[in-house]
Each structure stands twice: as structure tokens, then as C-alpha cells.
Design a protein. Sequence first.
Length: 268
Amino acid sequence: MDATILQIVLVFVFTFICAIDQFSFLQSLYQPIVTGCVIGLILGDLKTGLIVGGTYQLMTMGNMPVGGAQPPNAVIGGIMAAILAITLKLEPTAAVATAIPFSLLGQYAVTLIFTIMSTVMTKADKCAEAADDKGIDRINYLAMLALGLIFGLIVTLFFIGGSAFGSQVVSMIPAWLMDGLKASGGMMRYVGFAILIKVMISRDLWGFFFFGFALAVVIASIESLSGPALIILAFIGFALAYWDFQIQSRLKTAEATATNEGGFEDGI
């Protein structure tokens, strides 16, 4: 499939917006079900775009950043899956599998941007101390611009050159840099969970933590339940959270009633 100049520009602009939306706008434009639909419209095959987007969305439902850990990036992965399916006439499942390396490259890009911007946080602290809101705005805009440009260039280059060109670009990345990004990404997942546990640490919550861990191991070990295990655990977690919320609400109401010394009502 030969891409037109308009299609290339639209793919770049849409990827640029989605990259920023993932961390700043938060309007869910970056979700694969949305990116697949838009890419399908741009490339003239809405049906394939929706099928691929929905397939990729199901695959990434359990992916979420925890602390500093970043999962394979759904923006680049979802967009590239739709592009590969439409331009190379791949089956949706094959396109999703083919797009996984691209999502990993997006993960490395996010890790790299976060690492670079972490050194700028001292400047942001100084701006906050000096009440320089414009300086903080400039730092935020710089991070959004860098992320959008990197994502846009990656997707556009792969879109123009195809998967073969993408493989050549990846092979040009120094091995030491790729190994460093892999090591930092692997380390950050444990750091992220440690940060999460540190924030949530409480005697009241440890029971839920161990119960959830044990339940996840049991459900995942059952072959017939291993597929929808995440959805099952999510429903169980929601049920427990809602039950705890009701209990806590009743306790607070009972305490408020018990401390009420009474008053006058109907003349009594």
C-alpha cells in the first residue's frame, strides 16, 4: 500500500497527540480501541482498524504503570498493529503479535524520556520555590513535546519504510544502550511495586494483599480460569472493596449517632 502525503501527516499528528494524551490529556485517545478506529479511517479501512484495535485492547487490559514501571507501550503498539494489518494485509492476531516489538521500543522511549526529565526536576523545584509558574509550564511543555516528537517519528518512519526498515533502525541502536534500557525497565517494575506497597502499607490492608496474592496464584493455576483470571480477580476485588466501603460507612454513621447527645423534636 502506497501512503499519500496527507496520510503520513495525519498519522504523525495523531500519534503526537496520543503520546501526550497518555500522560497529560488523559482523554483515553491513546487507547488501542480508539487508535485502531482513527488509523482505520486515515488509511481507508475502518473495519480492520476496529478489529485490530479491539484485539490489542483486550491484550493490554492488564497493562498499567505501577510506580515508575512502564509496560509495553500501548500507543505505538496499537497504532502499529493497525498500520501493519491494513498496509500488509495481516490477520488481526498476526498484526498484534507483530506489533509487540514496536510497543517494546515505545516502552524504552518512555523510560528514556522519564530518565532525562528526572534531572530537570531540580529546576522545577526551584521554579516552585520562586513561584515561577511559567517556568514549570515550560518544563511540562518540553516533556510533552519531546514525547510527542519521539513517538510521532518512530511510528511515521515505520509507516513509511515498513517493518523491514524498522528492523534496520532497531539494529542501529547500540547494544549497550538497549541492554541498559532493558535493565532499567526490568528494575523499575520492582521499584514501582515497592513504592506502591510503601504507600499502601497498613495493618488493615495486609490481609487483603496476601489474600489477593494467594487467590491470583490459585486462579492462574487452573487452566480453565487462567484466561479470564484478571477479570475474575477484578470483580472479586471490587466486591470486597464495595463491601468494606459499606461497612465503614455504617460504622461512621453509628459513631455519629452514638455521639449525638440528642435534641428537641416535635416539642419533646
